[in-house]
Design a protein around this ligand. Structure first.
Ligand code: CO
Length: 189
């Protein structure tokens, strides 16, 4: 029975893949959804016969850099690096002022502390000239991602419930000690 099931799912998978590939020829558009696009999913899965492990994270959404001087950091990205730099936005709920920089394939966020208890103040005290504060990966389903990661032993910061992030979308942060010293933000688009 199990063999029959595995065989059937293999056939279904191969058929879906072929349909997808034909689709791609006609639509001629890049696909960014891991959950909806079988072709992308195929690349993101580790295959061991048909024991797949589903990809939890998708695309890199942004890299956040904490800076002591938002104005000079913005000027550097705009004037020296020639990037598209937006105007600063105060995010009082997050204790930061943010400048979004749009790159062709992702975003950079420059963060400067705002108010008394900014969550990035400690980081800047340790790194006075600034540094990469966190990286943000996109997920299709933030609660499913959280539960999968929790089950694997990763720690979620704060209450463990998603908050609305600087982009108005639900976000969660993962403990840097569980991810090679990198603070990771997950964002559901
Ligand atoms: Co972020």
């Amino acid at each position: 029975m199990n063999n029959y099931k595995a065989h059937t799912s293999e056939i279904i998978f191969k058929l879906s893949l072929q349909i997808h590939q034909i689709d791609r020829i006609f639509i001629n558009q890049p696909c960014h959804s891991l959950s909806r696009c079988l072709n992308c999913r195929k690349a993101a899965y580790e295959t061991n016969s048909f024991n797949w492990r589903k990809a939890v994270i998708g695309r890199l959404n942004h890299v956040a850099i904490a800076v002591p001087d938002l104005e000079s950091a913005s000027a550097q990205y705009r004037d020296t690096l020639g990037a598209k730099v937006n105007s600063p936005q105060d995010e009082p709920d997050h204790g930061v002022t943010v400048v979004f920089i749009e790159l062709p394939n992702t975003k950079i966020e420059l963060l400067q502390p705002l108010g008394e208890n900014s969550p990035i103040q400690g980081f800047l005290d340790k790194n006075p000239s600034g540094g990469i504060h966190h990286i943000c990966y996109e997920v299709d389903d933030i609660l499913a991602a959280r539960d999968t990661l929790k089950a694997s032993g990763a720690r979620i910061l704060g209450t463990g419930d998603p908050k609305i992030g600087a982009h108005g979308k639900p976000v969660l942060f993962l403990h840097p000690k569980d991810f090679t010293g990198t603070l990771i933000e997950l964002e559901q688009l």
